[in-house]
Design a protein around this ligand. Structure first.
Ligand SMILES: [Zn+2]
Length: 198
């Protein structure tokens, strides 16, 4: 059975993409520590979220009740690598997340919901990009019924969970993340201001 990349690859990819986004779109007004922490959490959830269409996803695995729901949810979402692995699905989830954050904003006044939303969406998009490098490909343009993969020749793509992912892709992401954080350490730290911005 074809599966997604491992959860840790997706989590690492999500935060690496977040760091890259911060370099290209620096947060000029400064952010609170609360925003930074919630944004990282949202980014990690976003990095795993598309795999809710997979009954064995890390998302569902932890509780038996979720396992049952996972199987049901996977059917509802059209099986693995369907709606939640497309731009349409990302837009729908993004819309729902927008309203959820709006609803939660009153109980987290020091958190910038806008930045948290972007961190979440970057997590989702990073997931789709990473899965694009795997054999199965990603149905980016659903309802158009084709899956995109890089490189186009399927046999050159990654088999998930195999040594290339674990010994090449995952370490490369870690190195990339360390290089970015190292090179832009001062900028990243300067984003975070602990005083409350209103
Ligand atoms: Zn996936």
């Amino acid at each position: 059975m074809l599966e997604s990349m491992t959860g840790r690859t997706h989590d690492t990819a999500a935060i690496t993409f977040l760091a890259i986004a911060l370099i290209f779109y620096p947060v000029d007004k400064g952010i609170t520590l609360a925003t930074a922490l919630v944004a990282i959490l949202a980014n990690q959830i976003g990095g795993l979220a598309p795999d809710i269409d997979q009954p064995t996803a890390p998302f569902w695995r932890n509780l038996p009740i979720f396992r049952i729901f996972g199987r049901f949810g996977a059917k509802l979402l059209g099986g693995h690598r369907f709606l939640t692995h497309s731009l349409l699905g990302a837009a729908l989830v993004g819309y729902a997340a927008h309203w959820l954050l709006k609803f939660l904003q009153p109980i987290m006044p020091t958190v910038d919901a806008y930045l948290v939303w972007w961190a979440f969406m970057i997590g989702i998009i990073s997931h789709l990009i990473m899965d694009t490098f795997t054999k199965e490909g990603v149905p980016w343009f659903l309802p158009l019924p084709f899956k995109l993969g890089i490189p186009p020749l399927r046999s050159l793509r990654l088999t998930t969970g195999k040594w290339v992912e674990n010994l090449v892709v995952f370490p490369l992401l870690i190195v990339l993340l360390f290089l970015i954080v190292g090179a832009y350490y001062n900028e990243i730290v300067s984003f975070i201001h602990t005083e409350v911005k209103r």
